[in-house]
Design a protein around this ligand. Structure first.
Ligand code: HEM
Ligand code: HEM
Length: 183
């Protein structure tokens, strides 16, 4: 198995980033959506966990984009040019939306006077001072952007399934977690 991407498929590192981030984004969203309904005593810890997972996602995102830029990209899948263009555009928009979500989360928390860090290993510097207006604005952004992310991910999954069943059937060989077919 190749570490780096090839013209045929994503390498091991790109696959690791893709599926690790998918699991972490799912987990951190699940935690956040349950905070309001859980017992008061568990809320602070769950918010702390949610923030730490969010910071981890942000770090992985930066490494992932650096890795993407330093690697060849697999050739476009067979299909009309507009479909390849749409796939590339959605991939970059997904990166952008995750970044906005992380930045809004960190800014909202710091503007609320909270310390943001990674599971107690280290704290991030304070980028903003306490500011209720900024906190409210970033909360709005944070509460809206995860819905945008969810819609985009649903479109992305449908496109992958479409490719798998109607077009080349190769798409999960390129980004899947199993052993790739032989060239
Ligand atoms: C949080 C959820 C997800 C995000 C943010 C995400 C993001 C991305 C991005 C940015 C790429 C392009 C990779 C690159 O060029 O570096 C990609 C590729 C891909 N994703 Fe996802 N993805 C998510 C979930 C999923 C799920 C659930 C599936 C399963 C159906 C999936 C299937 C794929 C496949 C098959 C590719 C490769 C496309 C190709 O061969 O060109 N993704 N994803
Ligand atoms: C991709 C990463 C992230 C995702 C997908 C995400 C998702 C969410 C979701 C779905 C909510 C609930 C929104 C609602 O109730 O309508 C939420 C709330 C919240 N998020 Fe994030 N978030 C991420 C990153 C972060 C980061 C990095 C931080 C801060 C360091 C953060 C801090 C918060 C806080 C403080 C809340 C409010 C919790 C509460 O009091 O109910 N999030 N997030």
């Amino acid at each position: 198995m190749q570490w780096r991407n090839t013209a045929r498929r994503y390498g091991l590192v790109a696959r690791f980033f893709h599926w690790a981030m998918f699991l972490l984004i799912g987990l951190t969203t699940f935690l956040a959506l349950n905070i309001e309904t859980m017992p008061e005593a568990d809320r602070d810890f769950t918010t702390w966990l949610h923030r730490s997972f969010g910071v981890l996602i942000g770090g992985l995102l930066l490494l992932r984009v650096a890795w993407k830029l330093a690697n060849p990209q697999p050739d476009d899948l067979p299909g009309p040019a507009w479909m390849s263009l749409a796939a590339h555009a959605v991939h970059w928009v997904l990166y952008g939306v995750v970044l906005v979500q992380v930045v809004a989360g960190i800014t909202m928390s710091q503007a609320d006077g909270a310390t943001v860090g990674l599971f107690g290993l280290f704290d991030l510097p304070a980028f903003v001072v306490a500011d209720p207006g900024l906190e409210a604005f970033c909360r709005e952004v944070h509460e809206t952007v995860w819905i945008v992310l969810t819609v985009l991910v649903i479109g992305h999954v449908l496109a992958a399934l479409h490719h798998h069943f109607s077009e080349s059937g190769e798409v999960f060989d390129r980004m899947g977690v199993g052993s790739p077919r032989q060239d």
